[in-house]
Ligand binder design. Structure first.
Ligand SMILES: [Zn+2]
Length: 476
């Protein structure tokens, strides 16, 4: 029996509003415990929640960007459960009438475009945070996070592989960052994901029993955990046993999932409409206004880059993954209009540097104008491509413009054929053995001679001239 995985993802994205969803406490991260609290977010008796309009606006932005229909009327509901980090004993969420439903986004895997359905997007408040003291047998609670606004984005079970799940999450993260509604920081927990996974006979329309995976705080963990879980379920089914519906925790150290608890059903939460909050009515005009204000989204930008700059899809995808990177590329192309060359330098040395130092583009001292100037220096033949790499490294270290570095270090390319010819003659004189072999037909040695000349000139000789002069002198 051939089994195929069916994956659905639930993503919680923390909205970047300055205040909480139902009170005016600050949402900033890292404050001393329990300093961002008030009677409302602590759930004191007699208080009333007041909805933060910015939360609604941000959610509508996301709904429109993912092709969802925004409900003219939606409701908040109480999700009841008991846990020490939840002071009210319930979480205000949305249940039967969420703010947005029925959307989709397109993802690309190995050149194939796949459409992933979005079932719904709803707003809710975050819970607090428990801290466990390793020295003493006690736990402490911090309510700063209580009431911080979240949106939950629930996908259709349309995702057919761990790789597709990774692509979907990256695309979703890219969208929330483009929209400026969430910083998408997985490590700090402002972008979190739970995965539902089940198996079914390939081609069957039915759904098998699913498990829910938690604690997936990096894209790599999501893909690894799904691979593990798919194989685990496969073994269970092929053994003739049944998969148990449950919540499982990913252990990144042991690279396995372990059972955490039996999976709750919706009815376990005793949902009911929150009587403290009016139904949320959104008028069409507001939706239209938000729609007009949406930025160009990653997908649109990617298609435009292919069209406008004639870039390969791969380049366009990478350059548009972050808005700042795309802006940087465009600023650079405005000064130096060879788009493919700009793309090569961004995807190569620049991204290499960002990845190695785990930096954002804003933290790199090489401005787009300076990178463009560097490419111009190569283009005009002032410096060679090889020297340019070392100039780039220096720019990244010091923030100096490329022309300054080239002048200070005397890196200007030698294009005087008389000067190069002298070095070529010297090299030929110093390597009689290699010259003999070359003349006997070992023409591969040309590279060796080029290397020698470059060494003598500190890499500054014009490579084209070096090649030409070497060939003619060695032929003579
Ligand atoms: Zn508060």
């Amino acid at each position: 029996m051939v089994l195929e995985p069916v994956i659905g993802l639930e993503v919680h994205a923390q909205l970047k509003t300055s205040t909480k969803i139902f009170c005016s406490c600050s949402t900033s991260f890292g404050a001393p415990p329990n300093t961002h609290t008030c009677p409302v977010c602590l759930g004191m008796p007699g208080v009333l929640p007041v909805l933060n309009k910015k939360v609604v606006e941000y959610t509508i932005r996301m709904a429109l960007a993912t092709n969802c229909a925004v409900a003219g009327e939606s409701r908040f509901a109480r999700k009841n459960y008991f846990y020490p980090d939840l002071p009210k004993g319930y979480q205000i969420s949305q249940y039967e009438l969420p703010i947005a439903q029925g959307g989709h986004i397109d993802i690309e895997i190995n050149g194939d475009v796949q459409r992933i359905g979005i079932t719904r997007i709803h707003m809710e408040e975050d819970a607090g945070k428990l801290g466990h003291d390793p020295q003493r047998p006690i736990s402490m609670v911090d309510f700063n996070r209580t009431g911080v606004p979240l949106i939950e984005i629930v996908s259709e079970p349309d995702i057919g592989s761990p790789e597709a799940a990774g692509a979907y999450l990256r695309q979703l993260r890219s969208i929330v960052r483009y929209l400026g509604i969430c910083d998408g920081n997985l490590e700090e927990g402002s972008f979190r994901c739970d995965a539902n996974v089940s198996l079914r006979p390939a081609g069957s329309g039915a759904l098998g029993t699913r498990t829910e995976l938690k604690n997936l705080n990096s894209f790599k963990h999501v893909e690894k955990a799904l691979h593990y879980e798919i194989n685990r379920q496969k073994e269970v089914i092929l053994d003739g046993a049944a998969v148990v519906q449950e919540t499982r925790l990913w252990d990144p150290e042991k690279n396995k999932t372990t059972s955490m608890r039996g999976k709750e059903e919706a009815h376990d939460y005793r949902y009911f409409p929150d009587p403290d909050l009016l139904p949320l009515v959104i008028d069409e005009q507001w939706i239209q206004k938000i729609k007009t204000g949406l930025p160009e989204l990653p997908d649109q930008k990617k298609r435009r880059f292919v069209r406008e700059y004639d870039l390969p899809t791969y380049d366009a995808g990478l350059l548009t993954s972050e808005r700042e990177l795309a802006d940087y590329f465009e600023a650079c192309v405005r000064c130096f209009p060879n788009a493919k060359q700009v793309s090569n330098w961004i995807m190569g040395p620049l991204l290499g540097l960002l990845n190695a130092e785990d930096k954002a583009i804003a933290a790199v001292p090489v401005s787009a104008a300076d990178l463009a100037q560097l490419l111009e220096l190569i283009d005009k033949g002032t410096i060679s491509g090889k020297i340019a790499k070392s100039v780039f490294d220096e720019m990244a270290q010091t923030g100096k413009p490329p022309a300054t570095i080239v002048n200070e270090k005397g890196l200007v390319q030698i294009t005087d054929s008389g000067a190069i010819a002298a070095v070529v003659s010297r090299v030929i004189l110093n390597c009689p053995k290699e010259v003999k072999a070359y003349k006997k037909g070992k023409t591969k040695l040309l590279g060796f001679f080029v290397g020698q000349v470059m060494k003598e000139t500190g890499g500054k000789a014009n490579p084209k001239l070096v090649n030409e002069l070497l060939k003619s002198k060695l032929a003579g």
